[in-house]
Design a protein. Sequence first.
Length: 137
Amino acid sequence: MVGPLLSVRPERVVIANRTVDKAQRLAERFSARGSLSACGYAQLDGQQFDLVINATAASLNASVPELPEGIFARGALAYDMMYGKGTASFFELALSEGAAQVADGIGMLVEQAAESFFIWRGVRPQTRPVIDALQAQ
């Protein structure tokens, strides 16, 4: 996910993790591609972001990472790579702090499956009906 983010040349990307060393290793891996920094969750205090991606497993337990208040810029997008009912806690937090949009990882899952189907069968399936049906459940 870091590579595609950097390909659109954002002003900066901050990788936060409860284990700072893991965040730093990831930032170092992609440092040649753009402006990256790494920190723990507490060091996000006082910063705001237009896009906040939850790539943790917290949503599997219907919880959220220990993020400081105020990190969502007004109008931000909150993206949880998980999907299903567990994402509600992250989305509630984001919307209560000013995020305008929320999205889960169901689209990413379906698009990955479609790409695999294309590789194996040479046919690119229509993904929108599948995503719509899954979101309706």
